[in-house]
Write a protein that binds this ligand. Structure first.
Ligand SMILES: [Zn+2]
Length: 293
């Protein structure tokens, strides 16, 4: 039995992130947001942020982020339906159960697999960066040259993919762990997008910097990236899309293209997926990534 899509939307829109999180984490007001000590990693200074306007949480220490359902899945180890049922109960929303079609069951299982593979890939690439000779001497060294300090590298789960002839080590590692080639195909496509940029081009050919994707924005940002990439090519623009970090895209922008670039990014992000909720795109610029934050 499944929860109808409209009910899911109703639940997610009704649930207040600050109320859901507030049952487990002591939150204090700070400006428009609330902050607390992160329940997902060890810390003394609060870096766990709750944003009531966007109805999401985000930890600037460990990178965990998402909506009310995601918080419950992480914190209570609920499945997605369990999280929804918990929220429905909390907000007195009645769920009219319906039978799932075969297609719906398949979609659900693809979604679950994608989610698992993202986590799996995340762990692999982060581990390769920190715990292999090549990751340390080439990957970490490269990030340091670019001015990324350890807290940034950790916060954004930056990872490293081994150079040829070992660049397919991840695929081998994944196969050994029972992941099918067809689904991994989508990941490889993303890596190709990344390798088409100037930063990575300056690097060895197969030397991709991998920033794995977390949460439900994964599909959306992939579609947006493809759209942006095509538009940049079509207009023969000099600005480059250089990195994806969670729900964030980093560009090397030419100053005289800045306004056009912003318009393209806005359009492709907002229109990536047909959603019943508004998409907010925030853009900042600076001389480097840290400054743009
Ligand atoms: Zn955290």
């Amino acid at each position: 039995m499944a929860i109808p899509r409209e009910t899911v939307e109703q639940i997610l829109q009704t649930a207040r992130i600050e109320e859901v999180v507030g049952e487990f984490v002591t939150l204090k007001k700070r400006g428009a947001n609330l902050i607390g000590v992160c329940p997902f990693h060890n810390e003394k200074t609060p870096s766990f942020n709750v944003n009531p306007a966007r109805n999401i949480f985000k930890c600037f220490g460990c990178g965990k982020a998402g909506d009310s359902a995601k918080f419950l899945m992480e914190h209570e180890h609920f499945t997605y339906p369990e999280a929804l049922r918990y929220l429905a109960k909390k907000y007195n929303i009645k769920i009219e159960e319906k039978e799932q079609t075969a297609e719906e069951l398949m979609q659900q299982s693809i979604r679950e697999k994608m989610f698992n593979i993202n986590e799996f890939a995340d762990k692999y690439f982060v581990d390769t960066l920190w715990n292999t000779e090549e990751g340390k001497t080439i990957g970490l060294e490269y990030f340091r040259e670019r001015g990324y300090l350890n807290p940034i590298i950790e916060k954004f789960h930056l990872g490293y993919n081994l150079e040829a002839p070992k660049w397919d080590a991840f695929t081998e590692h994944a196969k050994k762990n029972g992941y099918a080639e067809t689904i991994l195909g989508r990941r490889r496509y993303l890596r190709d997008i990344n390798s088409a940029n100037s930063v990575v081009r300056g690097f060895a050919e197969r030397n991709a910097i991998n920033a794995p994707i977390q949460g439900s924005s994964a599909d959306m940002i992939k579609i947006a990236m493809i759209g942006i990439h095509e538009e940049l090519q079509r207009l023969k623009m000099q600005s480059k899309m250089i990195l994806q970090v969670h729900d964030e895209l980093v560009f090397d922008a030419h100053f005289d293209e800045l306004n056009d670039l912003k318009a393209i990014v806005q359009d492709k992000m907002v229109n990536a997926l047909p959603l019943s909720v508004p998409v907010v795109v925030e853009m900042n610029t600076g001389n480097n990534w840290l400054e743009a934050h």
